[in-house]
Design a protein around this ligand. Structure first.
Ligand code: ZN
Length: 185
């Protein structure tokens, strides 16, 4: 199955800044390893990054200002910096599909399944999964590569993804093995 790895909102503001999430620290090395193996094996790596317009985006009413376009807070954390052949999609809503060209890109790459990683299990990962499901993509979630503010948000988020979108819950080691064995190409 042709897959892409999507890295959602692993940005300075989400890990170290205004929406700081300590629980996110432990997924950084897992995502790093996964995308490194992905790159080595020609799997497209796609970043879905919040890039909000100041004073406009309604999300600020709920979350306060974060990941404002052009600021350090909106940049991918140093540990997971995009490389030359990676794709970077800027988004202004939870879903990486909403009003972006992600779907077009996935179609051009002949992608059948998306491996979703990043933040948060119950917000942007969930909404990206919803849009992936509506468009017919298979959804794979390595549980050790997504996180949320609380254990409850994370666990109930995973459960929802599995029940409602048929997401396959797995872990990064298993995904890496499938990439190496060419189950995922
Ligand atoms: Zn946002």
């Amino acid at each position: 199955m042709k897959v892409a790895i999507i890295v959602i909102d692993m940005l300075n503001d989400f890990i170290y800044g205004s929406l700081k999430c300590e629980r996110a620290l432990k997924i950084i090395p897992n995502i790093k390893k996964l995308i490194e193996v992905g790159r080595e094996n020609g799997i497209p790596i796609i970043y879905g990054n919040d890039s909000h317009l100041p004073n406009i985006d309604k999300e600020f009413d709920l979350w306060g200002p974060h990941a404002v376009k052009g600021t350090k807070g909106a940049e991918v954390i140093e540990e997971l910096k995009p490389e030359n052949n990676d794709y970077v999609i800027e988004k202004r809503r939870y879903s990486t599909f909403y009003q972006t060209d992600l779907d077009l890109l996935l179609r051009e790459l002949d992608i059948e399944g998306v491996i979703l990683t990043g933040l948060h299990t119950n917000v942007c990962v969930r909404h990206t999964a919803a849009d992936a499901f509506f468009r017919g993509y298979k959804i794979i979630i390595p549980k050790d590569c997504v996180e949320a503010f609380t254990e409850e948000d994370h666990v109930t988020g995973l459960d929802y993804l599995k029940k409602i979108y048929g997401a396959e819950l797995t872990d990064s080691e298993e995904v890496i093995e499938k990439i190496r064995n060419k189950v995922y190409t």
